[in-house]
Write a protein that binds this ligand. Structure first.
Ligand SMILES: CC(C)(COP(=O)(O)OP(=O)(O)OC[C@H]1O[C@@H](n2cnc3c(N)ncnc32)[C@H](O)[C@@H]1OP(=O)(O)O)[C@@H](O)C(=O)NCCC(=O)NCCS
Length: 335
């Protein structure tokens, strides 16, 4: 019986720091509003000409993860790439990573589950390993949000929240029972698909049509978010799916050594922390520095927590995510 474990982690964020004050020069917003509502102080944005893109950042994070796993590209059997902001409409970023890293003609699978993308991707990797099909899976979450945000006052409810970056994990076969990825739990509720979405361009509203309409309001190619509705659903689903994971493994909140929530909003993480009565050192947050990086947020946080020595052998680590779809999920890991 195979199990799977995370054998290496890495992350990369662009050097360009964009503070709340920087944003207030582009739109009608201010540091106090953003910090009070979201906890975010600054985020990273790709700068034109810095060579970064969603796939390029993914490769940078992946190289670090591979090195830490003490593996080479030849050891990887599958790439699972999660993003909502691919370099191209198609193909997805997985094949770009395969090419840029000079990998064999291994399969590359693209996951599009937005903020839950990394948890979905880890679950896919885990299943392929547990069935015995693959030994090492490279999982990447990467986002270039800044290229697609409305950086005017019209878009401020969304654009202040999101940032760019990438995180990666190598998931490796193990035979140690009761260790590694113990279980993953995934959900979706398409009834709320439009509450956090980017509708166009899409196959029923294609580019020439949008250009012909010359829209000035309700621009369909910027993301839309019903903030309060998302917030209310997020706190409920985070709690449910963490509980589901804990119960499946006969664990309770006191057993959690480290909760890595998707960095959606610091207020959401704090709400979840209070619900589970977790102390500050049981929950890792770095949204203050990076904003919400969607599929990249959990692997960036996991990689930083590991670098800072906050995750140790034998720890119970819980990953939990909620986002557009709506989709949500958790992973329970015995490190
Ligand atoms: C987005 C969010 C921070 C907005 O906070 P909120 O308290 O719901 O604020 P509202 O949208 O009701 O807006 C309140 C006011 O602030 C204004 N506002 C919105 N964005 C602003 C900004 N960046 N700066 C200043 N004012 C802003 C609104 O226009 C509104 O003004 P009005 O009262 O004059 O109409 C909050 O809803 C949220 O965090 N939701 C969850 C988002 C999330 O986690 N998304 C990712 C999920 S994966």
């Amino acid at each position: 019986m195979y199990t799977s474990k995370i054998s290496g982690l890495g992350h990369y964020v662009p050097e360009n720091i964009v503070t709340n004050n920087d944003l207030s020069k582009m739109m009608d917003t201010n540091d106090e509003w953003i910090q009070e509502r979201t906890g975010i102080k600054e985020r990273r944005h790709i700068k034109k000409g810095d060579g970064n893109s969603t796939s390029v950042m993914g490769v940078k994070a992946a190289k670090i993860a591979l090195e830490r796993a003490e593996l080479t590209t030849d050891d990887i059997d599958l790439i699972v790439f999660a993003t909502l902001s691919p370099d191209m409409y198609f193909p997805g970023g997985g094949v770009q990573v395969q090419e840029m890293m000079g990998m064999r003609t291994i399969p590359a699978l693209d996951i599009r589950n937005q903020c839950s993308g990394f948890v979905y991707a880890i679950s896919v990797a885990d299943q392929f390993i547990k069935t015995g099909m693959y030994k090492n899976v490279l999982v990447i979450g990467s986002e270039n949000h800044s290229g697609g945000l409305d950086m005017t006052t019209r878009g401020r409810g969304v654009s202040v929240i999101f940032g760019d970056g990438a995180g990666a994990a190598v998931v490796t076969r193990s035979e140690e029972e009761g260790r590694g990825i113990l279980s993953t739990h995934l959900h979706s509720e398409g009834a709320h698909a439009k509450e956090l979405s980017l509708e166009g361009p899409n196959t029923s509203h294609w580019v020439p049509e949008i250009i012909a309409e010359n829209p000035t309001e309700n621009i369909p190619y910027y993301p839309y978010m019903n903030g309060q509705f998302v917030f209310k659903n997020a706190v409920v689903r985070f709690s449910e799916v963490i509980n589901e994971g804990l119960q499946a493994n006969n664990l309770s909140a006191v057993d959690i050594n480290m909760l890595i929530p998707h960095q959606a909003n610091l207020r959401i993480s704090q709400f979840v922390q209070r619900q589970f009565k977790l102390s500050d050192d049981q929950v890792f947050n770095n949204i203050q520095k990076y904003g919400n990086t969607t599929a990249a947020s959990i692997p960036i946080a996991l990689s930083e927590a590991w670098e800072q020595g906050k995750i140790k052998e034998g720890d119970v680590v819980v990953l939990a995510a909620f986002g557009s779809g709506f989709t949500w999920g958790s992973a329970i890991i015995k490190w």
